[in-house]
Design a protein around this ligand. Structure first.
Ligand SMILES: O=C(O)c1cc(=O)[nH]c(=O)n1[C@@H]1O[C@H](COP(=O)(O)O)[C@@H](O)[C@H]1O
Length: 238
C-alpha cells in the first residue's frame, strides 16, 4: 500500500458543509475519511453515503458497544449506508463481536455490495497504564489488554483492530499480516498531543505495522490542511 492510501482523515468537525469542503480538498491526497460520533450524530448516514461517493475508504467510527442483537442492527445500518470499515468495542465480548461480523456479511450479501471490514477497538489511545488500572479497573498493561482483545477479535471473525501504534508490532506478530491494524494516536513530530496519551509519529506507526493511520486535529487544525496531509504522506514515502 502506498503512503497516501494509508492515511485516513478523521472528519471531527460539527459543521457538515465544512466536512464536505475538507473532504473535497483532501480526496486526492489521502486514502479515506473517518466519520465519528461528532459528525454522524449531526448528519447521520448521509455523511457516510456522501463520502462513499468520493471513492475513498469510509470508516464509520461509531464504536458500537451493546448487546449482540442491537450491535448487529447498528452494523447492518452502517453497512447499508456504504461504510467500508466499521468498528465495535472489543470489550463487548465474544458474542457481540461475532454478531457484528455476521451482520456485516449478511447485510452486504443481501444488498449485493462489498462486505465492509469490521474491526475491534481495543484500549483507547487516550488512556495510559494508570488510567486503565485505577479508573477502568483493568490491572494488566495496555499492551497485554490490547493484544488479548485483538486476538479475541480475530477468533470472532473480525477483520482487524484499532490500537495505539505502540501496540502495533505485537498485534501484527500475534494476529498475522492479514489482520488489519488501524492506529489513531498518531502525531507528526512536534504536534500537540491534545488528549492522546499513547502516541507515535506517522512513520513510526507504519514502521511498527499499522496498515492505516488515523489523523484528525493535526490536519483539521492546520492553517493549510492539504499541505499538512501531504507532509504526513511524504513522511510515509509518498
Ligand atoms: O476508533 C478510533 O478511531 C479511535 C480509537 C482510539 O483508541 N483513539 C482515537 O483517537 N480514535 C479516534 O481517532 C481520531 C484521532 O483524532 P486526533 O487525535 O485528532 O488525531 C478521533 O476521531 C478518535 O475518535
Amino acid at each position: 500500500m502506498r503512503g497516501k492510501e494509508r492515511l485516513i482523515v478523521a472528519l471531527d468537525v460539527d459543521d457538515w458543509s465544512r466536512a464536505r469542503e475538507l473532504a473535497g480538498l483532501l480526496r486526492g491526497v489521502v486514502g479515506g475519511f473517518k466519520v465519528g460520533m461528532r459528525l454522524y450524530y449531526r448528519v447521520g448516514p448521509a455523511a457516510v453515503e456522501f463520502l462513499r461517493g468520493l471513492g475513498r475508504e469510509v470508516f464509520a467510527d461509531l464504536k458500537l458497544h451493546d448487546i449482540p442483537s442491537t450491535v448487529a442492527g447498528g452494523v447492518r445500518a452502517l453497512t447499508a449506508a456504504g461504510a467500508s470499515i466499521i468498528n465495535v468495542h472489543a470489550a463487548g465480548g465474544r458474542a457481540m463481536m461475532r454478531a457484528a461480523a455476521e451482520a456485516a456479511a449478511a447485510e452486504a450479501a443481501r444488498l449485493g455490495i462489498p462486505r465492509p471490514k469490521v474491526v475491534a477497538v481495543t484500549v483507547l489511545t487516550s488512556l495510559d497504564e494508570q488510567a486503565l488500572r485505577e479508573e477502568v479497573g483493568i490491572p494488566e498493561s495496555t499492551l497485554a489488554v490490547a493484544l488479548r482483545w485483538a486476538l479475541l477479535a480475530k477468533e470472532c471473525g473480525l477483520d482487524g483492530a484499532v490500537a495505539a501504534p505502540l501496540e502495533a508490532a505485537a498485534i501484527k506478530k500475534a494476529c498475522g499480516p492479514d489482520f488489519l491494524l488501524i492506529t489513531p494516536g498518531v502525531r507528526p513530530p512536534g504536534a500537540p498531543l491534545g488528549d492522546q496519551r499513547r502516541v507515535m509519529t506517522p512513520g513510526e506507526a507504519v514502521q511498527a505495522g499499522a496498515d492505516y493511520i488515523v489523523v484528525g486535529r493535526p490536519i483539521l487544525q492546520a492553517a493549510d490542511p492539504v499541505r499538512a496531509a501531504e507532509e504526513i504522506v511524504k513522511s510515509l514515502g509518498g
